[in-house]
Design a protein. Sequence first.
Length: 135
Amino acid sequence: MAAFLNYLWWFVGMSGSTEAFDEWSAAEPPLVGTGLGSEYPPGFEAHLTARNVPEPEFHLVVCLTTEVLYTSLFGACDEPGSRQFLDELAALVEPLGVPFPDLRVFAGARWDDGDGWGRLVSSEQLADWRAAPGA
């Protein structure tokens, strides 16, 4: 799970170059595929079962988290759609006691800036975002 989340954060802090994108894309962890509709990596469902994690809810969390990034990444920027995914994700995890970030922290992020790459994020801003409660 950490590799999955680190991978998604890596994109947010990436420069808008083709080389950086190719490096990022080549490092895609298996849970990204799961979030986009593929099966879990071998043995992962047993991993969830051993930790008493309900598979349907976990799968939905992975899908919603992946879709927030990938919908805007490979389609037209869709802030309302991303907000909907985030609202659904919050409704799923908050009752389980999982803190959800205050999305106003990310209000300056716009994927439609920079020809779809988004505004470049400084390493300080990325660190602040990652340290935000619930992020």
